[in-house]
Structure formats: structure tokens, C-alpha cells
Design a binder for this molecule. Structure first.
Ligand SMILES: [Zn+2]
Ligand SMILES: [Zn+2]
Length: 388
């Protein structure tokens, strides 16, 4: 492994894609005490029996998740499509063979309920993950709390969120990208100045002139360079969840990622990545570009800025493919589905907002009453001749 030294310090860059790092352990994830179903217990390093509570420790792998060199990976896998199709699985508990619906590669056996994890395949495999910290009860409470704060949410949705099957614990694939950028820019800097001008005015019915300060902008060409090192820019690689919703979930502590290990997936579902590496980087590049635009504006300075050209160079690009934990709730109201996501690390909730027709109608009626009151108030105000 090479050590790359830059302004950010020394950083290991893996020369190879870790296709061989895929673990081979897929179970059985059965309780050694009673044989019942085991489940990874959020916030711990343990698998817990769902029947007798017996605990088995996870033999945790080293915590370091290596960044992989982006250019190497692109040269190696090119624009290889993400893995697609159903994943064949066999249950170590009951011996049954079945398939996971795409894009899942982990979940429970449809015959006996035992957890089954098929090691992820494809041109790239996740090298790390953030294990769940937030448990199901805590996630459900967070959703109920979130719904309670939405005044326009229909009341019975809150009850539904407490229902047994409303929540799904899911590991969602994400790419993180690092890039050392240097940007040459050209643009214009605008400085506001004031000109004193004599302008015609009407004072108490008489035409006259007055001196006024009129703002003007002096534009001057500006050019230069800015540099910024990006670290772990996050791009979701799942297409089953609403992209805008997933993008709103931030605050994943990606530096705490653990090396991939099937044990952390036990009792949860997990998806294979569905967005190719190059496409994912294109999204990351756009996110970085917006940040760089802010840098350029700050560097140009002045009161106003125009950017006419930005030439961004990316160097030392690296990436990780990680699995991030989400609790997904699906709420139904008047034949529509509303999705709510809970960050499995922080408990943060984002969701599509269900609107209750009656509450919206009531609010609109109230607004009309207030507006009518204002009109009445205005009409009641005596209108006299202008003062002076
Ligand atoms: Zn047990
Ligand atoms: Zn089974």
C-alpha cells in the first residue's frame, strides 16, 4: 500500500479494488442456546436472540476502512453497470433455497424467518458500513414525534406509525468521494459606489429638485485560483428510495465506518449498489462545484460577483462504498404512500409530508376569517385629508 502525502497529511491509498475482501460468512445466524433467530442489536457489538435474549459477541474486524483510488477503480471496472437482478440465497437454518427481490442481498428467509446475508457481489463491493445505533423502538418514537409536530398531518397517521410492521431496517449503499481540487477562475468583481445626482421631486405639490445618492456598480475583471480538499462527499447509490429524501439525511459520521462484516447486517435488510461509480462521481462533482463557486465568490470579493469561467481540476480522487443504516416507514393516507426515513445513527427524521384535507381546509377558512377581519378594520379606519 502506498502512502500519499499532501497538504492534508499522509493518507493510505489502496492500489487494488477489494473484490477479494468479500467475506464468506453467511451464517447460520441462529441462537446457540435455543436455535431461534438472532438479530444485530443496535448500539452494541452483539447479536441478540429474539426469543431467549442470549447474546453472542461480534468478532469485530479492524476498524480502518481504506479509501480506494478512484482513477484505478475506473480503469479497472470502467463504467461497469451496477449489479442487477435477483440474488439467489440458501437458508442455513432450514436449508431452503430462495431469491431476494432486487436489489436486496440480505434479509430473512421467507420460510423460517432466519437471517440470511449473501455477501455483496458486483464490480465493487462495500468495504465498510456504519452499524445501526438507533434501535427500532427509538426510531418508531422519532417518527411518532415527527408526525406529532406536523400540524397538518392527519391524526390517524400517528397511530399507524406505532403499528408493528411500519418500520424497516435497511442498509443503503452510498459512495463517499475525496478530491483535492484546484480551480482557475475568471469573472468580474462589482463594487457599489454612490453618485450624487440632482433629481426632480414633488414636495407639497410643488415641483423642485433634490440631491440624491444613487447606487452604481463598478465592474472590474477578476481572475485567480482557489484550492479545496473535499473529504467524504456523500452520494446515495440506491434508486429504490426517493433521492431527494435520502439527500436530506445528512450527518452520517462516515469516519466512524467499520470494515464490512455480515454480522452487522443480521436481522436487517441490505441493498446492493444501483448507481455506477462514474455516475456517482458526476453527482459528487456537481456538489463540489457548488462549494467551489462559493469559494470563488469569496476570493473575488467586492459587493457583487460574476463568474464567467471555472476550470476545476480533481486530483488524488478516492472513494469508499459504504452501507449506511436507515429506518424506513411507509405511511398510507387516502391511497397515497408517504415515505419517512430515520437516520439509523442519529435518529434524525426526514419525510414526505402528508397533508390532511380537513386541517388544511380549516386553516384556509381561518385565514379567510382573519383576512375579512383585516378588510373590516381597514374600512373602519377614518380616512381624513392628508396631514399637513
Ligand atoms: Zn435463544
Ligand atoms: Zn429458512
Amino acid at each position: 500500500m502506498d502512502l500519499v502525502v499532501g497538504p492534508w497529511g499522509a493518507r493510505p491509498v489502496a492500489g487494488e479494488i477489494a473484490v477479494d475482501a468479500a467475506p464468506t460468512e453467511t451464517g447460520p445466524f441462529a441462537c446457540e442456546n435455543c436455535g431461534a433467530v438472532l438479530r444485530f442489536s443496535p448500539g452494541t457489538e452483539e447479536l441478540r436472540c429474539t426469543y431467549c435474549g442470549h447474546v453472542t459477541g461480534i468478532d469485530a474486524a479492524p476498524a480502518v476502512v481504506e479509501e480506494q483510488d478512484f482513477d484505478d477503480a475506473v480503469a479497472r471496472v470502467g463504467d461497469a453497470a451496477p449489479p442487477s437482478g435477483e440474488v439467489a440465497a440458501s437458508c442455513a437454518g432450514c436449508g431452503a433455497g430462495f431469491t431476494f427481490a432486487a436489489p436486496l442481498h440480505a434479509g430473512s428467509c421467507p420460510f423460517c424467518g432466519q437471517s440470511v446475508v449473501v455477501p455483496p457481489d458486483g464490480a465493487l463491493t462495500p468495504t465498510g458500513l456504519l452499524p445501526f445505533l438507533v434501535g427500532e423502538e427509538q426510531a418508531r418514537a422519532a417518527v411518532t414525534d415527527w408526525l406529532g409536530k406536523l400540524w397538518f398531518a392527519p391524526g390517524h397517521l400517528r397511530t399507524e406509525a406505532r403499528g408493528r410492521d411500519a418500520l424497516r431496517g435497511l442498509y443503503v449503499p452510498h459512495f463517499t468521494f475525496d478530491s483535492d481540487t484546484e480551480t482557475a477562475f475568471r469573472g468580474m468583481r462589482g463594487d457599489v459606489y454612490y453618485e450624487t445626482r440632482r433629481v426632480p421631486v414633488v414636495v407639497r405639490g410643488r415641483r423642485t429638485t433634490q440631491l440624491q445618492q444613487v447606487p452604481k456598480v463598478r465592474w472590474r475583471p477578476a481572475s485567480g485560483r482557489v484550492a479545496r480538499r473535499f473529504d467524504d462527499v456523500l452520494v446515495g447509490a440506491s434508486t429504490t428510495l426517493p433521492e431527494a429524501l435520502v439527500a436530506r439525511l445528512r450527518g452520517f459520521d462516515t469516519h466512524e465506518a467499520r470494515a464490512f462484516q455480515s454480522d452487522f447486517l443480521v436481522g436487517f435488510e441490505s441493498e446492493r449498489y444501483q448507481l455506477g461509480l462514474s455516475e456517482a462521481f458526476a453527482r459528487a462533482r456537481e456538489l463540489m462545484r457548488r462549494v467551489i463557486q462559493g469559494d470563488v465568490r469569496a476570493r473575488i470579493g467586492g459587493d457583487m460577483q460574476r463568474i464567467t469561467a471555472m476550470d476545476v481540476h480533481h486530483r488524488q480522487r478516492a472513494f469508499k462504498l459504504l452501507l449506511l443504516p436507515l429506518w424506513c416507514a411507509e405511511l398510507r393516507f387516502v391511497n397515497r404512500r408517504y415515505r419517512v426515513l430515520v437516520n439509523g445513527r442519529t435518529g434524525e427524521v426526514v419525510g414526505e409530508r402528508p397533508w390532511s384535507f380537513w386541517k388544511v381546509a380549516a386553516a384556509a377558512a381561518l385565514a379567510l376569517v382573519v383576512a375579512a377581519g383585516l378588510v373590516a378594520l381597514v374600512l373602519a379606519t377614518p380616512v381624513g385629508p392628508p396631514a399637513g
